[in-house]
Design a protein around this ligand. Structure first.
Ligand code: HEM
Length: 366
């Protein structure tokens, strides 16, 4: 046993040793062992770093075993390697940041084509949740099967799923149900939106587990009906209004929904223009009769609103929130991030997350 090891072991007896959640952690050991160098320095570093040690989850690895496992007088190749100090939380953060980066890379090639539809996929795979039966929601990823995928509300979402298929191939550990929700998170963040806390844990299920059709709102719902639909998914009116602001992105495609056109001139930038238009602009019924009934802005005719969008200003319960989010994008970002994160977890059993708390991922777009 060499001198530096003796020194470390000696110090271990003298220093207070904190044990938080099982693993051992030695406070301030690094500063108090300036004479230890080389590979032993790393041992000291690991033992003294609260981050590394307290979160490590390596409960069966007490400090003494860790140190004794390594003897400097044994031949190098026979040395036992040190266990890696990574907690499930840190591990998930790193693993899924790689997935995030790969999705962001695809998005960066063409925000317009990929971004909005990935957000819509995340919404449609999660928005099937029904609280009275505690069924539906993102867990299961059943939208990938023909039964749910072919519901008319999901027209076009096969395109979004096909964008994510190479990511599934590259990172087979991610479930489809995690991937379809995570794609929406990446898209929102990369298009300038708020950070959306997200965590893995959804488990794929078979086609027979598909939720029934008709749980998602249609374009011509009235205000009270909309509130009822969102209430069934646990969303009070304010959260409902916060969520629908995602209509700043993308647009309607006649071949998919029967409606046509964008809501804003910001289809690939996540901002509060949707509320500004709703609160300030005049809308009239679209003149051209080539779509399902929809509104267009009176001034230019370039921007559309669904009857369901207009219901947010017609309904006195929801109008104050439209005005609130029109007056403050910052407030909307906070409310949206909360509501969207909640949406993506509806119906996912808590135990699936295995103690991992929602993670905020770094943006790639800066
Ligand atoms: C009142 C509730 C809602 C109704 C009636 C509704 C309806 C629609 C319709 C009809 C489209 C056009 C689809 C197409 O033709 O391609 C659409 C697009 C879209 N919706 Fe919603 N939606 C609602 C809520 C939401 C929510 C809560 C989100 C997200 C949080 C969302 C995100 C989007 C996005 C991003 C698009 C654009 C997709 C693209 O450009 O491909 N929607 N929605």
């Amino acid at each position: 046993m060499n001198l530096s090891k003796l020194l470390v072991l000696g110090l271990l007896h003298l220093l207070p040793i904190g044990t938080i959640g099982g693993p051992v952690f030695v406070p301030d050991l690094e500063n108090r062992t300036p004479g230890i160098h080389g590979s032993d320095r790393q041992v000291v570093k690991n033992l003294s770093s609260r981050d590394d040690v307290t979160k490590n989850g390596e409960k069966d690895c007490p400090i003494s075993r860790l140190l004794l496992a390594r003897t400097d007088d044994s031949p190098k190749e026979k040395r036992l390697s040190f266990p890696k100090f990574t907690s499930p939380q840190t591990e998930a953060q790193q693993k899924y940041q790689s997935v995030y980066n790969a999705i962001a890379q695809i998005l960066s090639q063409d925000h317009r084509s990929y971004g909005p539809i990935l957000v819509r996929l995340a919404w449609h795979t999660s928005g099937t949740y029904d609280r009275t039966t505690d069924s539906g929601g993102s867990n299961g990823g059943t939208i990938r099967f023909p039964k749910e995928g072919n519901y008319s509300s999901n027209n076009g979402l096969d395109i979004a799923m096909s964008y994510l298929e190479p990511i599934k191939k590259q990172f087979p550990f991610i479930s489809y149900s995690d991937l379809y929700t995570f794609g929406g998170v990446v898209a929102i963040q990369e298009m300038g939106g708020p950070k959306i806390p997200w965590r893995p844990g959804r488990i794929d299920k078979g086609e027979s587990e598909s939720p029934p059709d008709g749980r998602l709102p249609r374009g011509f719902e009235s205000g009270p009906k909309l509130r009822k639909i969102f209430d069934a998914k646990t969303f009070p009116p304010q959260q409902m209004v916060a969520l629908i602001g995602a209509h700043v992105l993308g647009g309607c495609h006649k071949s998919r929904s029967g409606f046509a056109g964008p809501w804003t001139d910001s289809p690939t930038t996540f901002n509060n223009q949707y509320y500004l238009r709703l609160a300030n602009d005049e809308y009239v019924i679209r003149e051209k009769m080539d779509t399902l009934p929809q509104f267009q802005d009176q001034a230019t005719g370039r921007f559309m609103m669904l009857l369901a969008d207009m219901a947010l200003v017609d309904d006195p319960t929801t109008l104050p929130y439209v005005k609130l989010y029109a007056s403050s994008q910052a407030v909307w970002f906070i409310d949206f991030a909360f509501a969207f994160s909640k949406l993506l977890e509806l119906g996912v059993p808590f135990k699936n997350f295995q103690g991992i708390v929602p993670i905020q991922f770094d943006k790639k777009s800066g």
